[in-house]
Design a protein around this ligand. Structure first.
Ligand code: TXA
Ligand code: MG
Length: 344
């Protein structure tokens, strides 16, 4: 299959008529969102949704998010509305927040992987919204990467994983947030299943106390059933080893330099994921400045691109405190490392 790429940079609606037609015909289309690129299918067409699992190599027990263009569409897909939903939708939709609640009978089983709940979100990206509105159906879309690889934050990443496997990629340039949406479960006490662009502090300002699932910063214990099936898989894996060092910036930098010297002596190429606060410590070493520790959202933006693009044997990454957007950064970094982490 030939994969066509249409740029939406000068016109956010470019290609969305064709894309919507493909979606209605049961085909797959990759499109930009403010978080990461999505791989979309008609969310009410079980056969189309099956294609997503095939193309990504995604385990069939990992459910998908339905993307909407209007808040009113949530009512037909959920079975009733939890009390917290309206204030959350008003504060954060469109935006990087996914809400999970009991599903209605309209939602195909393949979307929810058999769960009693369905995840919904309205993305902020203009191209994504135009596509969903023109398709006239909810669009089921996971991140547009092969299963296990880092999520794509620009169209070249999508091409690297899916070229020849899907008919169309809408190229909207780099994603603004860089990590996937926050997933918040609302069937019981509001619980963050996956941290993201909308932080716990922001959610609590809208609805009061919010829990964070234990699995956000820990590996799933063997044999336990996770509330969000996506959390059990090795994720965001780059081609090389990743090791994370937490602790005060100065101590972390010292430890990383010591480890990097050891690896270099063994003939291994190292790369360091640094911060604005520590970059001066790594002069002479290949490094990427991920962002500013005092504004953790900045660290998230380039994380997946770094994991995809760095050609080294090992990446040493500074950990940051899991506050604010630091929680999303650590959640992705720890999974990319397979939980190879130490405190300096
Ligand atoms: O930002 C995003 O959310 C991107 C863009 C494309 O919208 N999408 C995305 O989808 O990251 P995906 O499939 O890569 O991740 C969806 C996550 C998975 O961890 C999945 O297990 C969880 O959401 N999820 C989906 N439906 C769920 C449900 N009913 N209950 C619990 N977790 C659910
Ligand atoms: Mg994903």
């Amino acid at each position: 299959m030939q994969t066509q790429v249409i740029s939406t940079l000068s016109n956010p609606e470019a290609g969305t008529v064709l894309a919507a037609e493909l979606i209605r015909r049961g085909e797959l289309v990759a499109f930009p969102t403010e978080t990461v690129y999505g791989l979309g299918a008609n969310g009410l067409d079980a056969a189309a949704v099956e294609k997503i699992f095939e193309v990504k190599g995604r385990p069939s027990d990992n459910p998908l998010i339905l993307h909407l263009s209007k808040k009113s569409e949530a009512r037909a897909l959920w079975d009733g509305m939890p009390r917290a939903a309206q204030p959350l939708m008003d504060a954060f939709w469109p935006g990087p927040l996914t809400l999970v609640y009991r599903r209605s009978a309209r939602v195909p089983d393949t979307v929810t992987a058999g769960l009693a709940t369905v995840a919904l979100r309205i993305p902020q990206n203009k191209t994504a919204r135009a596509l969903i509105a023109k398709a006239g159906v909810p669009i089921a879309a996971p991140s547009a990467n092969l299963s296990g690889r880092p999520s794509p934050t620009d169209a070249a990443h999508v091409r690297a994983d899916l070229d020849g496997k899907i008919p169309l990629i809408l190229d909207g340039g780099s994603c603004r947030v860089g990590v996937e949406s926050t997933v918040l479960e609302l069937t019981a006490k509001p619980t963050i299943l996956r941290p993201g662009g909308i932080t716990r502090e922001m959610l609590e300002a809208a609805i009061g106390p919010v829990r964070t699932a234990d699995s956000v910063l820990a590996p799933m214990p063997e044999g336990e059933t996770p509330r969000s099936p996506g959390m059990q898989y090795r994720h965001y894996a780059p081609a090389c080893r990743v090791h994370v060092v937490t602790g005060a910036p100065d101590r972390a930098a010292n430890r990383i330099l010591a480890l990097a010297r050891q690896e270099e002596a063994r003939g291994n190429a190292c790369h360091i994921a640094a911060t604005e606060q520590t970059k001066g410590r790594y002069r002479g070493w290949p490094h990427t400045v991920m962002g500013d520790r005092t504004r953790p959202a900045t660290l998230c933006v380039g994380l997946f691109a770094m994991l995809r693009e760095i050609d080294a044997d090992v990446i040493f990454a500074e950990g940051v405190p899991p506050d604010d957007a630091g929680l999303a950064y650590m959640n992705r970094l720890l999974r990319a490392s397979g939980f190879s982490v130490e405190e300096a």
